[in-house]
Design a protein around this ligand. Structure first.
Ligand code: NAP
Length: 309
C-alpha cells in the first residue's frame, strides 16, 4: 500500500461536509490533517480561520482541496501553488477562463499537481456512456437540468452575485458531462438567460449549441423546479437512444437501464487526485467553463419575476 497523502480542506460548507470529508475518510489515499474556514470547523484535526496564515505555518501538509465558492478560488489556488502544494479545485475552477488558464500555467511552472474537478464526470453512467458513443453518429442532444434552488442552495447568497454563476452552478455539471461523452468540441450558437428583477445572476437559461459534425445540442437549465427534480441528457444516435438521468447516475440504452451501484463521484475524484499527485501530472479541462463563458457572451437577457429565497 502506498503512503497516505496529507491534505487540508478549505471552505467547510455544504459540499465539504456532504462529500469531501466522508470521501477522504472512507478512501485510503489521503489523511485529512487540517481545515481552513472562517466559521466552519472539523473535529479532531487542526483548524485555521485564515488561509494565508495557514500557508505561512509551512505545516508540511502536501495537498490542498479548495471547497470555497469560485469567487475566491483563483486567489487561494495561486497562493497554494506558490507555496508548493498540490491543489484540487471544486467546480467551477474559477470565475473566468483567464483565471483558470493562468492557474494551469502557474501549476505547470511550479511543478505541482492541479486538478480542476468536475464531479458529475465521475457519476456511474458517464464512462460507459462515453465508451458507447465513441463509434456512433450523434443526431441530436437534449439536456434538461431543472432543480429547486431553495432546496439545493439554501442561504447561499454568493451564488446570485457576480462570479456566482446563478443557474450555471448546477448547469455546468451537465456541460461537464456533455464535454466528456461527446468527442470533439461543442459550439454555442445562441442563448437566452432569465434574470429575476432582484438578482444579478440568471435563474434559468436556454442554450442552443451544436457538435462539430453539426448535430444540434439544446440545454434548458431552470432553478424554479419544485416537486420532482430533473437532470437528464438524451442523445439520439444512428444506433439508438442513450439517456443519462439523475445527473449521470443512471444510464439507459433505448429505455433499458444499464447501470447500477452506489454513488462514487467524490470517491472517484479523490482516487484520481491521488493518482495525479503520484504521477506528477495535472488535469485541467476548462471546456465546461468555456461553454458557460460563450453562453454569457452571446446571450440575450430576459428579465423575469423577482425571486426570494
Ligand atoms: P457553501 O455551503 O457556501 O460553502 C462554501 C464555504 O466556503 C462556506 O461555508 C464558507 O466557509 C467558505 N466561503 C464562502 N465565501 C467565502 C469567501 N468569500 N472567502 C473565503 N471563504 C468563503 O457552498 P457549497 O455548496 O459547499 O459550494 C462550494 C463549491 O462547491 C462551489 O463552487 C459549488 O459550485 C461546489 N459544489 C457544491 C455542491 C452542492 O451541492 N452544494 C455540489 C458540488 C459542488 P467559512 O465561512 O467558514 O469560511
Amino acid at each position: 500500500m502506498q503512503d497516505r497523502i496529507s491534505i487540508a480542506l478549505v471552505g467547510i460548507g455544504k459540499i465539504a461536509r456532504d462529500q469531501h470529508i466522508p470521501s477522504i475518510a472512507e478512501g485510503s489515499d489521503f489523511d485529512l490533517k487540517a481545515a481552513v474556514s472562517r466559521h466552519g470547523k472539523v473535529e479532531g484535526i487542526e483548524n485555521h480561520t485564515d488561509f494565508g496564515a495557514f500557508l505561512a505555518t509551512r505545516s508540511g501538509i502536501r495537498a490542498v482541496s479548495l471547497c470555497t465558492p469560485p469567487e475566491v478560488r483563483f486567489d487561494m489556488a495561486r497562493k497554494a501553488i506558490a507555496a508548493g502544494h498540490d491543489v484540487l479545485m471544486e467546480k467551477p475552477p474559477a470565475t473566468t477562463l483567464g483565471e483558470a488558464e493562468a492557474l494551469a500555467d502557474l501549476a505547470r511552472e511550479a511543478g505541482v499537481t492541479l486538478f480542476a474537478t468536475w464531479h458529475s464526470r465521475f457519476a456511474l453512467g458517464v464512462a460507459p456512456a462515453k465508451a458507447w458513443l465513441a463509434d456512433k453518429a450523434i443526431r441530436s442532444i437534449s439536456i434538461v437540468w431543472k432543480e429547486d434552488v431553495r432546496r439545493w442552495h439554501p442561504g447561499q447568497a454568493w451564488i446570485w452575485e457576480p462570479g456566482g454563476f446563478g443557474v450555471f452552478d448546477p448547469g455546468i455539471n451537465a456541460l461537464s458531462i456533455l464535454t466528456e461523452i461527446v468527442p470533439g468540441r461543442i459550439l454555442v450558437e445562441k442563448a437566452s438567460l432569465s434574470f429575476p428583477a432582484n438578482r444579478k445572476q440568471p435563474i434559468a437559461a436556454d442554450i442552443a449549441m451544436r457538435t462539430l459534425s453539426d448535430a444540434p445540442v439544446s440545454a434548458v437549465f431552470d432553478w424554479r423546479q419544485e416537486g420532482p427534480q430533473t437532470w437528464d441528457i438524451t442523445v439520439e444516435t444512428d444506433q439508438g437512444t442513450l439517456r443519462l438521468s439523475k445527473g449521470g447516475a443512471e444510464l439507459f440504452f433505448d429505455g433499458i437501464e444499464n447501470t447500477a451501484g452506489p454513488d462514487r463521484e467524490y470517491a472517484g475524484i479523490y482516487e484520481r487526485f491521488a493518482a495525479l499527485i503520484r504521477a506528477r501530472q495535472s488535469d485541467v479541462d476548462f471546456q465546461p467553463l468555456r461553454l458557460v463563458a460563450d453562453a454569457f457572451l452571446c446571450a440575450e437577457r430576459l428579465e423575469v419575476e423577482a425571486f426570494e429565497d
